[in-house]
Design a protein around this ligand. Sequence first.
Ligand code: C2O
Ligand code: CU
Length: 379
Amino acid sequence: SVPGPEIRVTKGDVVEAVLRNTDIDEGVTLHWHGFPVPNGDDGVAGITQDAVPPGGQFVYRFLADRPGSFWYHTHQVSHVGVKRGLFGSFVVVDGQPDAEVDIAIPAHRLLLEDTDAAVRDVPPGARVRLRLVNADDNAHGFTVVGTPWRLKEIDGMPVADPEQVSDRLLRLAAGGRYDVVFEMPAAAAGGVRVGVNGRTRLILSGPPVEAVPTVPTALPQLDPLAYGQAPQPPPEPFDRTHLIVLDRQVRVVNRLPQLAYTVNGRAWPDVPPLTVRQGEWVKLTVVNRDRESHPMHPHGHHVLVLSRDGVPASGSPLWMDSFDVLAGETWEVALRADNPGVWAAHCHNLPHAVKGMMLHLLYEGVNSPYHPGGHNHPE
Ligand code: C2O
Ligand code: CU
């Protein structure tokens, strides 16, 4: 199916996923985007495993020890594979779920092209959780109209004390997830509509599709850096800092000179790794000197957002695994080095990754027997 089936498990489950490649010539892998699996299960060709060739298989096995919304996708020639449907939602529900209705909504151009909105009957008063997943290369604007709501989780991490809002635009970075919760309003209220980029995608207990107006597009945006409420954790004494400058420069990529997407002046696979040592607090300063936005995704870790353009994050402590550094912006984030391995880190606009914007996050003393190049093309 396109996309792949939703994989839904319960916190505490051991997940075993058997990946079989029937006929994808360039090979496939399964990466569990945002879920901090042990390094060997991260599913990145040329970093944590070899690409699975046609006729081959690979078994992933890990403990789903935290609830949240995630997704999975191939990480071999991913800029082609994901675009063509090799992805799906991955949901870890809590043992005591807090919602009676729980729906994951993966958004991707592939899915947005078909026109009809899904309709679902939800009884008034039911507690609803929508898991918005951006599986695409660019940010998407989500709207939930017809009821006030709270943004309960961001990238699978809880928001502390999320205030109730309504009619706000949720701009979701490529690769990111937002969990929106609300109580289903009375039947007379006309239903709740979920829109993506101004188009209604899902109607909960509303009038028939034809009668539904399009969802509004010009709503004020909710800023996750100023949402929720809790004291920011005391600043950590950082054990090291890394500066990551994103840019466009002419570099040789895949043996061709081209206008590459560079990291610190180099293009993958020639970007020096971000080196960390287990137990360290690492400050990453990400500077985007380009005119496009770059949704950055470190594997195996969430980072705590410290500031954007010098303005400290002021809401709930904000842990993200996919954060969109817009043109000209500078983000400071903190990474706790608590999941040893050799990891990928890259821009999740995958056509940017394939043109250079990718690097390794490398724990000192750890190395990988797998290498990019040859049959392995994670980007
Ligand atoms: Cu969605 Cu490198 O991952
Ligand atoms: Cu990018």
